[in-house]
Design a protein around this ligand. Sequence first.
Ligand code: IDP
Ligand code: MG
Length: 138
Amino acid sequence: MAVEQTLILAKPDAVERSLAGEILARFERRGLKLRAARFVQASREVGETHYAEHKEKPFFGELVEFITSGPTLAFVLEGEGAIATCRKTIGATNPADAEAGSLRGDFALAMPDNLVHGSDSPASAEREIGIWFPDGLA
Ligand code: IDP
Ligand code: MG
């Protein structure tokens, strides 16, 4: 399996609830390597660009409000099969469907405030890393 990078966000609800460190630690304990991190308050432009695929959805306005509502801890993780493994660790999008043991299954209740974002493909990861780390990873 290929070594991949993925963009993970501990979203504003995670930072507000002081769960950002717990979230990062879960991924680190799985063996993923932390390659870059930024503590950032997303602008409206960053929020809308990050969630551009959902522009036509009825919840888009609420989603952008949420992701811009407070600081986010954005980080890049690297490892074999990192993208799919991180999505499993995060759990299903709707916390009501997320398995116990996943981050959303253990710590979240509803949407949009489901704690964590993880890229869903290599193309998404590349695009999203560019949005949250516009000056590169170093
Ligand atoms: P993902 O975060 O698991 O990749 P997506 O379908 O890409 O899920 O949706 C992006 C984010 O939009 C979700 O994580 C959640 O915060 C929010 N969201 C998705 N569906 C709904 C909804 O039906 N109502 C409110 N927010 C939603
Ligand atoms: Mg998604």
